[in-house]
Design a protein around this ligand. Sequence first.
Ligand code: 4NP
Length: 161
Amino acid sequence: MFVCLGNICRSPLAHGIFQQLVDEAGLSARFEIASSGTGAWHVGEPPDRRMRQTAQRYGVQLDDLRARRFEVPDFDAYDHIYVMDRRNLQDVRRLDQAGRYGAKVQLFRDFDPEPEDGQVPDPYYGGEKGFETVYSIVERTCQRLLDHLVEEHDLASGSEV
Ligand code: 4NP
């Protein structure tokens, strides 16, 4: 589960790129991939047009995704919850009132080989360049994340059923 604020820019991009990498690796049956936002402003909407266009240029389709909110049942439904920035981390942790799910929640950029401040910058109020920057961060981080999960869950020999 990839989480950002609006679920229309960063987390749907991670969702789409990661799904594509998993499909290409023949591991689709081993993953349940989702994305959501901590805020409800854009629920039901497709990803931001600028994010869809940037992804499309790199061959990634986000058109069928629809924004939804992160909800408490997601803590049980998903094994790993990757958040895009520290505000998301704080907001998701606040929903975990009994503090049971801390180990599942972590910054997505923990897997980035060039993590900078550990956060994916929010491109929503910026220009086109911000979307390119987000794309390159999310693409390289998704690749490392998949490598990590294949190792952690011993998926290397797994193939489609
Ligand atoms: P995201 O970007 O969290 O990457 O989807 C945003 C989209 C919308 C808003 C904020 C961030 N908003 O305030 O509407």
